[in-house]
Design a protein around this ligand. Structure first.
Ligand code: NDP
Ligand code: 2IT
Length: 443
């Protein structure tokens, strides 16, 4: 068996009961195999054995008091995966499904994604099984303060810089930043996605969704196509979905779907985004409420969003939300491009269906890298104690996404699998991290 497949088999044995982490390793190591096996110096240096093992993982108790005066306990995580090219960087996820497997898959993906941005950031991820849904602002604050009362000792502006992810937006970052500053008695850029009054970057809120659409737009243009007049299916209705929808609309496409964990809406006239923002960003409501304000729209409980015919699909909710059957349905309905706004939204089977059917497929670690890239721009602004304008940040973001497209396309071509951006992204992301690890010796 090849070196790469040996490491994968051993890693599967070493991480029992961690299906998401195994899925992410399987995808990455399988596509890296020809590249790595042709370079025996990597085997000698144990590069892959080191890559699949986090540098450090902390798991901690998070006790807090709810509005009824009862003590609740959640689990906190921070996995510091790889610091070869910069301080650990990656989001925090608050969702009841959070477990070590999910945090490790996200942290592992983050290594390659952050490398693709071209910026000096290592890979990490964290979070908790805390569910912010239905909690009062005071309960969310109590949780965030308790979470940071432990997390603060593991992070720092030059050590590890967390940010948002599912369930963690501006409100949560604010509460965590306030507690960090209070405990360490230092005002520093330890978190990104901060509010604009205390060190946040303009365009960070929009960055993941905008970046996704910039990358997809570039991929389409290089293939003689565009977003103009296209029907687009977007899933999710959180930060990434909302700003992906906004940018598609600005570029002349029509978004006809959005979803949450309860169901999805289909609006053949095109999504009314100000209505969605009011429901989701201001009232923290459910996507089903859309129908009450837009009678022409259809709300369907449960799965099924990928049955809606579209030219382009942008899954922006969560991992494994699009399976092999969904992919076949999309292909049958004429979908010719997919951009992953979420992390690992397509199952391995779905990815295979897209590649076999020559769908232009932009994998998450390339397509959604605009969020973390803009976080790195926030870190730069904090270090320099300056703030760039919205347009400056947006221009840089666009440039970064075009550069990512160029790099993943070139890596795919070099590996003799033109337009396979899964392989292209994994190889391009790996190269820089592996080289840095080689130069830094056995650490
Ligand atoms: P939000 O919390 O803002 O929104 C998440 C959306 O996905 C909600 O509509 C939510 O529905 C839905 N969702 C979450 N979990 C599930 C689930 N288990 N089943 C079905 N739907 C679900 O998160 P973001 O928009 O920030 O994140 C969305 C995706 O994008 C995630 O995969 C995240 O890792 C990825 N991402 C985010 C970045 C960022 O900068 N925020 C950067 C790069 C990637 P509900 O309200 O019902 O839970
Ligand atoms: O998955 C991701 O890239 C994020 N959630 C954003 C991470 C960050 O540090 O901005």
């Amino acid at each position: 068996m090849s070196y790469t497949m040996n490491v994968l088999e051993q890693a599967k044995k070493n991480n029992p009961g961690e299906p998401e982490f195994i899925q992410a390793m399987t995808e990455i190591l399988t596509t890296l195999q020809p590249y790595v096996d042709a370079r025996p110096e990597y085997e000698k240096a144990g590069i892959l054995e080191r890559l699949v093992e986090p540098e450090r993982a902390v798991l901690f108790r998070v006790p807090w008091v709810d509005d009824a005066g009862k003590v609740r306990v959640n689990r906190g995580y921070r996995v510091q995966f790889n610091s070869a090219i910069g301080p650990y960087k990656g989001g925090l996820r608050f969702h009841p499904s959070v477990c070590l497997s999910i945090i490790k898959f996200l942290g592992f993906e983050q290594i390659f994604k952050n490398s693709l941005t071209g910026l000096p950031i290592g890979g990490g991820k964290g979070g908790s099984d805390f569910d912010p849904k239905g909690k009062s602002d005071r309960e969310v604050m109590a949780f965030c303060q308790s979470f940071m009362t432990e997390l603060y000792r593991h992070i720092g502006a030059d050590t590890d810089v967390p940010a948002g992810d599912i369930g963690v937006g501006g409100r949560e970052i604010g509460f965590m930043f306030g507690q960090y500053k209070r405990v360490v008695n230092r005002f520093e850029g330890v978190l990104t996605g901060k509010g604009l009054t205390y060190g946040g970057s303009l365009a960070r809120t929009e960055a993941t969704g905008y970046g996704l659409v910039y990358l997809v737009d570039e991929m389409l243009r290089r293939h003689g196509k565009s977003l103009e007049g296209r029907t687009v299916a977007v899933s999710g209705s959180g930060n990434v979905a909302i700003y992906a929808t906004q940018k598609v609309q600005q570029l002349g496409g029509k978004v006809v779907t959005l979803s949450d964990s309860n169901g999805f809406i289909y609006d053949a006239e095109g999504i009314d985004l100000s209505l969605v923002k009011d429901i989701k960003e201001i009232r923290r409501g459910r996507i089903s409420e859309y129908k009450g304000h837009k009678p022409g729209a259809v709300y369907t409980e449960g799965r099924g969003i990928w049955n809606i015919p579209c030219d382009i699909a942008l899954p922006c909710a969560t991992q494994n939300e699009l399976n092999g059957d969904d992919a076949k349905t999309l292909v049958k309905n004429g979908c010719f491009a997919v951009g992953e706004g979420a992390n690992m939204p397509s199952t391995l089977e779905a990815t295979e269906v897209f590649l076999q059917n020559k769908v232009l497929f932009a994998p998450g670690k390339a397509a959604n890298a605009g969020g973390v890239a803009t976080s790195a721009l926030e870190m730069s602004q904090n270090s320099m104690r300056i703030s760039w304008s919205f347009d400056e940040v947006d221009q840089k973001l666009r440039g970064i996404m075009v550069n990512i497209y160029d790099n993943i396309a070139a890596a795919a071509k070099e590996a003799d699998c033109e337009d396979n951006f899964v392989a292209g992204a994994n190889i391009a992301g790996f190269k820089k991290v592996a080289e840095a690890m080689m130069q830094q010796g056995t650490v």
